[in-house]
Design a binder for this molecule. Structure first.
Ligand code: BGC
Length: 481
């Protein structure tokens, strides 16, 4: 008996030791994994660093590339496209528009997202869809009072992709961005494509102004505030435009008639500089995109991509540091973690990060993520957003530098330091308007780069739905009737 009892007791001790050893092993392993996750976070943070020195390099690079893009086509990744808009709507237009007053009397907006399948279909299907939705809109909104039924209507067509314009109302699509790839439209005059589709749909309309969304934004903001010199959009995609002296647009000497200023559509989403802090996640995102090697700046700062950069970091952490256990499959799906979700997580101020938990559970099917890991996720969102906002700020200051409004006299612009002038930059797009952390980081960085004194004269003004209304203003301004 005694022997058996002893034997059992020994057996228990062995089992206990074995369990203790397994637990210890697991704890050591999980500490090691956590250390790896923290290490990866640090590496990512270092890779995304935007010190003031680096931001200044980006400012200079932006200004230099602007010069290069104005000197010759293909001289820079910045396309610096002519818009033929040399007449931003002003007070005279107000009278025409309002008829009886000095303001835009009213406007109606209807949003019709373009169905996913049309984003990579044929040009005919895409423009037929636009013409049909336009027809529905016109039929619903038209009260028939102001215009005769058979009179041709003038349309402001906002087309938010790089277009090489031949005139204010015509232009050839250079490339698609933001996930569109309707290949047979590249090289075509998109205003004519729309007009053909409108004729088919029985709409008696013609394109009076073909404008990029960014140009519409500038037109509208300038309508309200004459000190507006540039506009920036940071939404799904990103872009900037500004008023350039006609004589500074070397590549178009002789083409432009106006002696004053012309709006240049920079297509800054395609800006590139070796000073941009690029990580392996950015490289992978670019490689897997339909437009790799293009829109490098856009892929680091705009809404279409920020969530996906964060997703890539988290997915690699799941693989290498196992922070999500066996549940991480959804994180392997491209674009599943959209930027609005990322913003909501980033701005979760509850002590137990409840919103983060809700999004992880509902959108990523990750219901069991600890608070410690949720905090790590918020840090990843912060790093991605901070870098984006600070780079966008550097881009804006680059434009101000080019036009001599950054307090330094401008790059080779021959302008001297004078009395500071009020300078307004319109900003459109959800990231700036609705993501307060992004906005704060951007505003803060502009002041950091310019210094408080100069920054006092620079107003960043939010514009909402400005691009469409601005295009309508331009259509009226350039109307042939
Ligand atoms: C396009 C621009 C556009 C911007 C914002 C970019 O992808 O190339 O033309 O202004 O998105 O919509």
């Amino acid at each position: 008996m005694g022997k058996v009892g002893f034997g059992v007791a020994v057996g228990c001790a062995v089992v206990t030791c074995a369990i203790a050893a397994v637990l210890l092993g697991r704890r050591v392993q999980s500490r090691r994994k956590w250390r790896r996750a923290v290490e990866m976070l640090q590496e990512f943070e270092e890779g995304c660093a935007t010190s003031i020195g680096r931001l200044r390099q980006v400012v200079d690079a932006m200004a230099v590339e602007m010069h290069a893009g104005l000197a010759s086509d293909g001289g820079s990744k910045l396309r610096m496209l002519l818009t033929f808009v040399d007449n931003l709507p002003d007070g005279v237009l107000r009278v025409q528009l309002g008829g009886r007053g000095s303001m835009i009397l009213s406007h109606q907006v209807k949003h019709h997202p373009i169905p996913q399948e049309l984003m990579s279909g044929t040009s005919e299907d895409l423009f037929d869809f636009i013409a049909r939705t336009l027809k529905q809109f016109v039929e619903q909104e038209d009260d028939g009072s102001e215009q005769k039924v058979d009179e041709k209507k003038e349309l402001g067509f906002t087309f938010s992709f790089p277009v090489r314009q031949m005139s204010v109302s015509s232009g050839i699509l250079v490339k698609w961005t933001k996930g569109f790839s309707v290949e047979d439209a590249v090289g075509k005059d998109v205003a004519r494509c729309l007009e053909e589709a409108m004729t088919k749909a029985g709409l008696n309309m013609q394109v009076a102004a073909l404008v990029d969304d960014i140009v519409g934004t500038l037109a509208l903001c300038h309508y309200y505030d004459k000190d507006t010199v540039a506009a920036v959009v940071i939404g799904t995609g990103t872009n900037a435009c500004y008023v350039e002296r006609t004589d500074a647009i070397i590549k178009c000497q002789g083409l432009l008639t106006s002696s004053g200023g012309t709006v240049v559509n920079m297509e800054w989403g395609n800006f590139w500089s070796s000073h941009l802090p690029r990580t392996s996640y950015d490289i992978a995102l670019d490689d897997e995109s339909p437009n790799s090697n293009d829109q490098g700046f856009e892929k680091m700062i705009s809404g279409m991509y920020l969530g996906d950069i964060a997703r890539r970091v988290l997915y690699r952490m799941a693989q290498e540091a196992d922070i999500f256990g066996d549940d991480a499959y959804n994180l392997s799906i491209q674009f599943i973690f959209r930027t609005p979700l990322m913003a909501a997580m980033h701005e979760d101020e509850s002590p137990d990060l409840r919103e983060v938990r809700r999004i992880l559970t509902e959108n990523l099917l990750l219901p069991h993520v600890s608070l410690k890991v949720r905090r790590l996720i918020v840090r990843v969102c912060d790093i991605v957003t901070r870098r984006a906002a600070r780079l966008a700020a550097a881009g804006i200051v680059g434009i101000l530098k080019k036009i001599g409004r950054d307090g330094s006299g401008g790059v080779a612009s021959g302008r001297t330091k004078g009395t500071p002038r009020r300078t307004v930059v319109a900003i459109e797009g959800g990231l700036y308007a609705h993501y307060s952390m992004f906005r704060e980081y951007l505003n803060e960085a502009v002041v950091e780069i310019l210094g408080e004194e100069v920054a006092q004269n620079v107003v960043l003004r939010v514009s909402e739905d400005g691009s469409g209304i601005g295009a309508a203003l331009l259509a009226a301004a350039y109307s042939s009737n």
